[in-house]
Design a protein around this ligand. Structure first.
Ligand code: CTP
Length: 398
C-alpha cells in the first residue's frame, strides 16, 4: 500500500459477480491498493464459485461480504458498505447483476450494497457476446447510463470456452483508470449523452446523402467527459476511436440516432452531431442503375433529435451545436429557438474551424442573447472548456 498514490485514503467497494473474469478482480484489488485506496469486497454467491473470498480477504485485509446475514461484526453489511464507499465498482458485472441493479432488485449482498449507496457506481460487464447483445442487457445498460453509472467496456476478444467477440471484461488497468477519473474528476456520477458525426441517409444499398462532419469534436468531448469521471453514452456515426469507459452506440442514419438517444435519460446532453435535416423518402432495396436514367429523389424531414430532448419532462442540461457559414446572428437566434441552455456555434467556412480539422473556433451563444467568442484552439481544449462551462452551470443548479 502507498500513501501517495492517486487513490490515497479513498474508500473503494469492489463488487464481484459470478463469471470467469472474477479472477481479474483480484488483480484489480491489488491495483487499487497499490494506488493507496482502502478496498472492501462484496461478492455474489456465484462469484465465490470462481474466486475464493479468502483471496480478496487476504489482499484487502478485510473480511469479504458474501451474504446479507451472518456477517461477522455487522448486522447490516450492505448499508455499512454502501455508506462507507466513496465509489463502488462492480467488476466483473454479469448480465444478471446488471439487470438486478437496473430494476432495483436487492436480494443478494452485492446488489443490496449498490442500492444502499449514494456513491458513484461503475460496472465492467463480462459475458458472452449473445448475452451482451441481447435487448434485455442493452436496455438495462441504457437505464444504468441514464442513472449516472459508468459502463467500462466490455471489449472484444477471447471469451470463456474458447469463444471470441464483444463481451470480454476490460483489463483491470482500464477499470482502475475509470475509478481514478470518477474520484478525481468533477463529473463523477453525472450521466452525459453526446451525439457525434454526420448522419448518412440511404438512397439505395450503395449510395447515401451525407455531410462533411468527421465526429472529431463530439469524440473529443466524450474523451474529456470520461476523463472527468462522467458516465458517458456516445451515440456516433463516426468511426473514430473512443475510450473504454464510454458506452458507445454506433449508428448511421438520423432515425437510428434518434432511437438511440430516446433510450437514454441523461443529466446532460451535448448534441454535437451534424444530423441530416432531410432524407430520401424512399430507400430503394436494390442498387439504382445508370441505365434507368437520373433518379428523382424526393426528400422528407428527419426527426429533430435536439427538439425531442428539449421537450422532455425530465429535461437534461442541453448543449446544442450550430454549424454556420457566415454571420453568427443565425446562431444567436437558434439558441433562443431551439430550447437549449447553451449553443456552441462555429463558422465551418473557415479553414481552421469546423469539419475534419483538429482545431475549432467557436462562439458560445446563450438564449438570453449573450455571446462569448473563444479563441482558436485544439478540439480537445474546446472540449475541456465546454465541460468546464457545464460543470459551472451544474454547480449552480445542484
Ligand atoms: N439537430 C438534431 N436533429 C436534427 C437536426 C439538428 O438533433 N434533425 C441538432 C444538431 O445536433 C445541433 C443542433 O440541432 O446540435 C442544430 O443543428 P442545425 O443543423 O444547425 O439546426 P437546424 O434546426 O437544422 O437549423 P437550420 O437548418 O435552420 O440551420
Amino acid at each position: 500500500m502507498t500513501s501517495d498514490g492517486r487513490l490515497a485514503g479513498r474508500r473503494v467497494v469492489l463488487g464481484v459477480s459470478g463469471g470467469v473474469a472474477a479472477y481479474k478482480s483480484a488483480v484489480l484489488a491489488r491495483l487499487l491498493l497499490s494506488e493507496g485506496a482502502e478496498v472492501r469486497a462484496v461478492m455474489t454467491r456465484a462469484a465465490t464459485d470462481f474466486l475464493g473470498p479468502a483471496t480478496l480477504a487476504a489482499l484487502t485485509g478485510h473480511p469479504v461480504v458474501t451474504s446479507l446475514v451472518g456477517h461477522e461484526g455487522s448486522v447490516s453489511p450492505h448499508t455499512d458498505l454502501g455508506r462507507w464507499a466513496e465509489v463502488v465498482v462492480v467488476a466483473p458485472a454479469t448480465t444478471a447483476t446488471i439487470s438486478r441493479i437496473a430494476v432495483g432488485l436487492s436480494e443478494d449482498a452485492l446488489s443490496a450494497t449498490v442500492l444502499a449507496t449514494r456513491a458513484p457506481l461503475a460496472v465492467a460487464p463480462a459475458m458472452h457476446t449473445e448475452m451482451w447483445e441481447h435487448p434485455a442487457t442493452q436496455r438495462a445498460i441504457a437505464t444504468l447510463t441514464g442513472d449516472g453509472v459508468t459502463i467500462i467496456g466490455p471489449e472484444s476478444g477471447a471469451l470463456a470456452g474458447g469463444d471470441e467477440g464483444p463481451g470480454r471484461m476490460s483489463e483491470p488497468e482500464t477499470v482502475l483508470e475509470a475509478v481514478v477519473a470518477m474520484l478525481a474528476g468533477g463529473l463523477g456520477g453525472t450521466s452525459i449523452l453526446i451525439t457525434a458525426g454526420g448522419t448518412r441517409e440511404a438512397i439505395d444499398p450503395v449510395r447515401y446523402i451525407g455531410n462533411r462532419s468527421s465526429g472529431k469534436m463530439g469524440h473529443a468531448i466524450a474523451e474529456e467527459a470520461a476523463r472527468r469521471g462522467a458516465a458517458v453514452t456516445l451515440v456516433t456515426s463516426s468511426h473514430l476511436p473512443s475510450p473504454g469507459a464510454v458506452r458507445r452506440v454506433q449508428v448511421e442514419s438520423a432515425q437510428e440516432m434518434a432511437d438511440a438517444v430516446a433510450s437514454v435519460d441523461p443529466d446532460v446532453a451535448i448534441m454535437a452531431a451534424a444530423v441530416a435535416d432531410f432524407r430520401p423518402s424512399t430507400n430503394h432495396d436494390a442498387k439504382l442503375s445508370r441505365a434507368d436514367g437520373p433518379p428523382e429523389i424526393v426528400l422528407e424531414p428527419t426527426p429533430d433529435i435536439l427538439k425531442t430532448v428539449a421537450d422532455r419532462v425530465r429535461r437534461p442540461f442541453l448543449v446544442g451545436f450550430a454549424a454556420e457559414t457566415g454571420s453568427l446572428e443565425r446562431a444567436v437566434e437558434k439558441a433562443r429557438r431551439k430550447g437549449v441552455d447553451v449553443l456552441v456555434a462555429n463558422d465551418v467556412s473557415q479553414p481552421d474551424a469546423g469539419f475534419a480539422v483538429d482545431t475549432n473556433r467557436v462562439t458560445i451563444c446563450w438564449p438570453d442573447g449573450r455571446t462569448e467568442p473563444w479563441e482558436l484552439a485544439q478540439k480537445s481544449v474546446v472540449a475541456a472548456r465546454i465541460l468546464d462551462l457545464i460543470e459551472r452551470e451544474l454547480g449552480r443548479t445542484r
